[in-house]
Structure formats: structure tokens, C-alpha cells
Design a protein around this ligand. Structure first.
Ligand code: UDP
Length: 239
């Protein structure tokens, strides 16, 4: 696929818990502030932004299945939850004058385009923010893995993974271990060998096999904009 020469292109992964502000459902104030950061950077020009949105603020298939639901059906509920987050983000971005398209991996033509990679790239080239919903459309996958796949398919330079309640990757849980040490950089292999949980292993191995860098950073105010601008922050997982 073609690509304009001057623009950078990034894929931002927002987990569902970001949208809920720690609760079930969508916290409009939180989504508004995230949209503002994205809008500010996009308006400056020079960078194309695609977003993969999680859904953990509504349903996680693995959790529902522990309560007796069939895993695949529960996963579809999880995927549908992501679409609600997409629409919320779309709304606040458009209120700020940023053109957007939502593309869903599960067809629902009234609310979103189907996932069509070449069309997504065209939108990006035209300055639209493309928001990917419904994960990969497949049970047993995660939106982290979707982020890796989409980043690769649209030729993004990196995945910017925004996480609630941390500011990068630590060698152990900083909430439990006061001596936990934060990595500035970390190899894919070490991430996987240490069984770190901040991104799932499938997504990290997909990035490893295809050389896609992952920047894990916290949601302190301004960080989304900084990450999109390419500033160094959080932890970079790479070769
Ligand atoms: N999901 C899925 N396939 C996908 C993406 C997501 O089955 O390709 C389901 C899965 O049940 C997951 C839920 O959707 O628990 C919400 O996604 P995820 O947990 O990745 O969201 P996040 O943790 O980023 O909020």
C-alpha cells in the first residue's frame, strides 16, 4: 500500500479500562480528555493516527466464562463492548473537528465500516483518525493482539500502548513490590521469558516476529499526545 512520504503513522492502543475511568461503562469526561490529546496532535499535522480500542470496561470473555458462559459467546460480548468505546471516542473526536472512521471486525454497517485495510490506509492518508473496533473479530484473541496485527497491516511505525495505573513495564508488580524497577527498554524475548503481564504474549510474539516496536506508557495527562509526537516515554519493547 502507498504511503505519503512526510507523515509518520502510529497505532494507539487504548484499553477498555481507560474508557471506564475504573468503572463499568464509559466516563465521558475521560473520553473527552483523551480525544482532546489526540485531536491536538492530529491538528498539528505530520502524523497519522489509528486507534485500537479495548473493551475490558464492559466484558472480558475469559472472566465471563469463569462464571459458566461459553467462552466464544462471552468473547463476542467482549468484542461488541469495544465498539461502544469506539463510538464514544469517535463522537468526542468529531466534536473537536477531527474527521474519523470506525472500522469494525464484526460487520455492523449502521454504526461502522467493515475492516478494509486499504480503505483504512486511505482514510489515514486523508488525515482521518481510524478507530478499529470489535478486536480481530475472533474469540480467544485480545485487542492487544489486534493492535499488533493492525499496526503491521497498515504499516505503522510503532504501537503506542496506553495503560492505566502504571508508567511503563516493571520487572515485578510495583503495587506489590516497592523495589520494582522500571525498564526504559526491554527485549521481546525478555518480556516473554519473564512472563510479564502488561501486554499479552501473543501480541508481543507477533511484534517480535515482525519487528514492530511497542511503547508502553501510563495515562498521566499529556502522555498520549507526547507518545503520538514520538517523544521518549514509558518502556520501549523491541529487539
Ligand atoms: N476479544 C476477542 N477477540 C478479539 C478482541 C477481543 O474475543 O480479537 C474479546 C475478549 O473477550 C476480551 C474482550 O473482547 O476479553 C475485550 O478486549 P480486551 O480484553 O482485549 O480489552 P482491554 O483489556 O484492552 O480493555
Amino acid at each position: 500500500p502507498s504511503r505519503t512520504e512526510k507523515n509518520r503513522r502510529v497505532l494507539l492502543k487504548l484499553s477498555g479500562e481507560v474508557f471506564g475511568g475504573g468503572q463499568i461503562g464509559v466516563d465521558p469526561e475521560v473520553v473527552k480528555s483523551i480525544a482532546k490529546e489526540i485531536a491536538d496532535v492530529v491538528s498539528e499535522g505530520g502524523v497519522e493516527v489509528a486507534v485500537v480500542v479495548g473493551g475490558g470496561n464492559f466484558f472480558r470473555g475469559a472472566e465471563l466464562s469463569q462464571h459458566g458462559m461459553e467462552r466464544s459467546r462471552a468473547d463476542y460480548m467482549g468484542m461488541l463492548g469495544t465498539v461502544m468505546n469506539c463510538l464514544a471516542l469517535q463522537d468526542f473526536l468529531e466534536k473537536l473537528g477531527i474527521p474519523t472512521r470506525v472500522q469494525s471486525a464484526i460487520t455492523m454497517s449502521q454504526v461502522a465500516e467493515p475492516y478494509i485495510p486499504r480503505r483504512a490506509i486511505r482514510h489515514l492518508e486523508k488525515g482521518r483518525v481510524v478507530i478499529f473496533g470489535a478486536g480481530a473479530g475472533m474469540p480467544y484473541f485480545s485487542t492487544d493482539t489486534t493492535a499488533a496485527q493492525r499496526a503491521l497491516e497498515i504499516h505503522a511505525e510503532s504501537i503506542l500502548m496506553a495503560k492505566q495505573g502504571t508508567d511503563g513495564v516493571y520487572d515485578s508488580d510495583p503495587n506489590k513490590n516497592p523495589d520494582a524497577v522500571k525498564y526504559d527498554t526491554l527485549s521481546y524475548d525478555e518480556f516473554l521469558a519473564r512472563n510479564l503481564k502488561i501486554a499479552d504474549a501473543t501480541s508481543v510474539s507477533l511484534c517480535r516476529d515482525n519487528g514492530m516496536p511497542i511503547v508502553v506508557f501510563g495515562l498521566q495527562p499529556g502522555n498520549i499526545a507526547r507518545a503520538i509526537r514520538g517523544e521518549k516515554l514509558g518502556t520501549v519493547i523491541g529487539p
